[in-house]
Design a binder for this molecule. Structure first.
Ligand code: UDP
Ligand code: MG
Length: 344
């Protein structure tokens, strides 16, 4: 995936501290695997690290296992949410508490391989602020899951956000400046992937192979997937509102066709039930008028909705060569030059 907005990426030092954020919901069978793999990974990491595990109102023993882990490892922090808020809100809670220069978002089920994080850090050092994990291949997932994921990303790009990267999950690295920008977006219906695409900043991807879950089952049933897709579309775009406008237009055309047909039947003396003509014309016209006015209303609600989000109008991701410093420097060197001239 290429950088959508042209930025000049300046190389930077590796992060001094990395935060890893992992939301967990009913992941009891997964936690022992996660603990083993993550501990090995953190021990090998050449910088300071913290792991923020957000327990998203699990009903099983997830929390007990997490607390045991935290008691033995000072790098582990746990946030317990009062109930299940959903993956994106849980992740946001983790983001708000992260203290690292670079933050990694990942799932608890080890579908996202930890070694891919090294590739992300490399891109961070090259100057990128967001590094997505782009799925090259998914193993061990049902054909339904693969088809629905494929459809979801295409539909979201069509309906909600044109620049939404396809085949990209929540697995990614975010730099501190980008995280600070993201933290300003406090909308309640959160579609984090879309929001991170929206903040802009230099973004790139690393390709990885998505494995099957180490244990447990997916938390997204067919119903939950559909609900998630709908909520993502509605929270991120006003396109669904425009749908009623289009429907109104189509119904209007149909009404005109019916009207012409009914009037022709009336004037040409075709067989018609008495009263049918006027009834047809009136009902179809009223129907289309209602839909069109709903569409117009939708346009207004869409604007109020956008306004209610109160997002910043723009974000400055970085500045090159502070103009004030350049001017001061020039003035100083000019004065020095004048002094040299005067003494001669
Ligand atoms: N998750 C969560 N809250 C939820 C649903 C899921 O915190 O309401 C977590 C879950 O524990 C996992 C991650 O989000 O760490 C991704 O969930 P899952 O693996 O079930 O999604 P899939 O990989 O099947 O899309
Ligand atoms: Mg998963």
């Amino acid at each position: 995936m290429s950088d959508l907005t042209r930025h000049v990426c300046e190389p930077r030092l590796p992060p001094a501290r990395i935060s890893i954020i992992i939301p967990c919901y009913n992941e009891e069978p997964v936690i022992p695997f996660l603990r083993r793999e993550l501990t090995t990974f953190l021990d090998a990491l050449p910088c300071k690290s913290e792991v923020i595990l957000v327990n998203d109102g699990s009903r099983d023993n997830t929390l007990t296992l997490l607390v045991e882990w935290a008691q033995e490892d000072p790098r582990i922090h746990i946030l317990q949410l009062s109930r299940n808020f959903g993956q994106d809100v849980a992740t946001t809670a983790g983001l708000d508490h992260a203290t690292g220069d670079a933050v990694i978002l990942m799932d608890s089920d080890l579908q996202d391989p930890l070694h891919a994080i090294y590739g992300m850090i490399e891109q961070y050092c090259a100057g990128y602020d967001v590094v997505y994990g782009e799925r090259e291949k998914r193993t061990g997932e049902s054909p339904f899951k693969l088809l629905s994921a494929w459809l979801f990303y295409r539909l979201m790009r069509l309906l909600a956000y044109r620049d939404l990267p396809a085949d990209v999950g929540n697995f990614r690295l975010i730099s501190r400046p980008c995280l600070d920008a993201l933290s300003k977006m406090r909308e309640s219906h959160r579609f984090l992937r879309g929001m991170i695409a929206w903040v802009g900043f230099p973004q790139t991807s690393v390709i990885y192979r998505r494995e099957s879950r180490v244990a447990g089952v997916t938390k997204y049933s067919v119903g939950k997937m559909l609900l998630f897709a709908w909520s993502a579309a509605v929270s991120f775009s006003t396109a669904p509102l425009n749908l009623s406008f289009v429907l109104g237009g189509v119904a209007g055309l149909f009404a005109i066709e019916e009207m012409v047909r009914a009037l022709l039947a009336h004037t040409m003396g075709w067989y018609v039930i008495p009263g049918w003509t006027s009834l047809m014309v009136v009902t179809s016209l009223i129907g289309s008028c209602l839909l069109i006015s709903l569409g117009i209303l939708g346009q207004y609600i869409a604007r109020i909705y956008e306004q209610a989000k109160a997002r910043p109008l723009y974000l400055v991701s970085r500045t090159y060569g502070d103009p004030r410093k350049v001017l001061e420097g020039t003035r100083e060197s000019l004065l020095a030059l004048q002094e040299v001239h005067a003494s001669r």
